[in-house]
Design a protein around this ligand. Structure first.
Ligand code: SF4
Length: 209
């Protein structure tokens, strides 16, 4: 399958924006940190348990000017800005990351890694999906690995992913929300495999975005 980026010239740059909100980062190493989320539309990965299926079609979301997105983030004065999706790397993120950095914002990216990494980031969370695996070049560029566990077979996938990243990269296992039993599987697995850590979707437990 080809990996074609959706690109427009920078001065007229817009991105299909599903939503933006100011909350806490719920997951991974920055869990609990004041975060402004920019959720871009478009995803071809096709996870059956995806809780953001409304993001899959970029045509369903309004295209918002880069300057306006940046201003929304800057006005929130967050600890970090998290660019997520959908699969945000379906878009050329160079202009967005540059613009956010020009406002002295710390920029994080959450991606499946299925498309080439664009933009310069302070932190990249790779959440690889077996339905459309990451590009091999992307593993060396991340700061955090987060694998969703929806089935016991997913631990094998998680180990295969961990083998692709540097030993010092923190590695998280996160229960798939609609499969509560996955919490027990992960608990037991980490007790046997201490290189892994637990990531919970703490925002969902708090009942916030
Ligand atoms: Fe949903 Fe993310 Fe999977 Fe895309 S990569 S289908 S947005 S869970």
């Amino acid at each position: 399958m080809t990996t074609q980026l959706i690109s427009t010239p920078t001065p007229t740059r817009t991105y299909p924006l599903v939503e933006f909100f100011h909350s806490l980062q719920g997951e991974g190493a920055f869990s609990g940190v004041n975060a402004f989320f920019i959720r871009l539309a478009g995803c071809t990965v096709g996870c059956p348990w995806c809780d953001q299926k409304e993001t899959w079609s970029a045509k369903r979301s309004p295209r918002v000017a880069l300057a306006d997105i940046t201003q929304l983030a800057a006005d929130a004065r967050p600890g970090i800005v998290v660019v997520t999706g959908g699969e945000p790397l379906m878009h050329d993120l160079d202009p967005l990351a540059q613009s956010l950095h020009q406002h002295n914002l710390r920029c994080h990216l959450e991606t499946s890694g299925a498309y080439p990494i664009s933009g310069t980031w302070d932190w990249i969370t790779l959440s690889p999906k077996s339905f459309k695996p990451p590009l091999s070049n992307n593993y060396a560029q991340i700061q955090e690995l987060k694998v969703i566990i929806a089935h016991p077979d997913d631990f094998q996938w998680a180990e295969a992913q961990a083998a692709q990243v540097a030993p010092e990269i923190p590695k998280y296992l996160q229960p798939e929300w609609s499969q509560p039993q996955s919490q027990t599987w992960i608990f037991d697995y980490i007790l046997q495999n201490p290189q892994w850590r637990l990531s919970l979707q703490t925002h969902k437990y708090l009942g916030v975005r």
